[in-house]
Design a protein around this ligand. Sequence first.
Ligand code: ACO
Length: 433
Amino acid sequence: MESKVTSNGSASISVGGKEVTLPVLKGSVGPDVVDIRKLYGETDVFTFDPGFTSTASCESQITYIDGDKGILLYRGYPIEQLAEHSSFLEVCYLLLNGELPTAAELEQFTHTITHHTMVHEQFDRFFQGFRRDAHPMAIMVSAVGALSAFYHDSTNVHDLQQREISAHRMIAKVPTIAARAFKYAIGQPFVYPKNDLGYAENFLQMCFSVPAEDYKVNPILAKAMDRIFILHADHEQNASTSTVRLAGSSGANPFACIAAGVACLWGPSHGGANEEALNMLRSIGHVDNIPEFVQGVKDRKYKLMGFGHRVYKNYDPRAKVMQQTAHEVLDELGKHDDPLLKVALELERIALSDDYFISRKLYPNVDFYSGITLNAMGFPSEMFTVLFALARTVGWIAQWKEMIEDPAQKIGRPRQIYTGSPSRDFVPVDKRG
Ligand code: ACO
């Protein structure tokens, strides 16, 4: 990656009586950053920023978020436009390569991904080792990491062609693995990919078809699935993406790095929130119970899941598209009177007019409506984070590739403020206590 950072003056700070001048850098959009790379060398002090709320960890040209305005761009294109006019595979190409493909490039890319969707037959034996009630994310973490044991010919991170092949393999095979994790849990036979189907269609048929009957993919649901994948494809330096970059910074192979991202995504504050959001809507159950529930949030007994975001201090633009998708899916399935949708709409209305949420700039995030939608499509809540991981795989790989190709890349190694014991002498066990 060629750096596009420009200079925008300098900033001075005084530390321990010493004045230090630090460069201020500018990206194409967004706030300037103070370049503190030389701070420790020149002053003997570090910066302290747990949670990285004020720290940029890398230069990136993939995704831009303006959290105050509620803007999300993939390679400069607004998410709303991509969700309306593009397709997930086109978005994958865009994220990986930086530009929208020509018709010929898209055809070639689609062909490549479609023809990498099968996994090695021996790979399927991994699944049998899991308990039947294993969480599908536990299976995902293991199975994605296990790809590195099968595809040795694409694990050399210094080889451009191998990087590309591993990227294509993961985009193609993660849906197959995700569908197998689902089928395994419900005790149905694995369904093989079909090359005459589109990416989302193929995933739906691998999840919902059974050998005993013909299965025809509902085009409205396939379109909704594809759009959900687009909405989740990338989100700049979030926790799981930073995990992928950190894992990759040591030179670990891409399959292992993406497995690390899947593990991080599993947490309820990140990708696990859609599962939690649906559980929350179910536990509220009826609009009449909302005031009491909201009071519990304000009393800090629990959080309003699907609300709030580290970066968005405005309506998450993905949540708007997701709300519309929820309506389309529920209408198509004749579930427009879904009680959970009613609870969600009313909860959102009340929260957006309540000072607790307004003053903290807490708005719905993408997870608020995704659970209702995916549930209506037939996915159990344990699969929600799996679907998120499937879609985010391309973002993780694009970010991983960018990092490997960045000449400024170093192994990630944060520092700490140590507050433990100073040096002390070992005490033999018979002299302790
Ligand atoms: N419900 C109630 N209060 C909340 C919520 C919420 N969902 N989110 C934040 N707050 C409150 C905090 O209690 C805090 O209040 P205080 O200042 O009075 O102490 C204030 O808002 C700021 O919150 P922080 O925790 O500092 O915000 P942070 O940026 O660290 O957290 C996070 C962001 C983790 C997403 C948080 O909003 C949250 O837990 N939300 C619910 C989980 C969720 O929906 N996660 C999905 C994120 S999107 C994604 O991963 C795709």
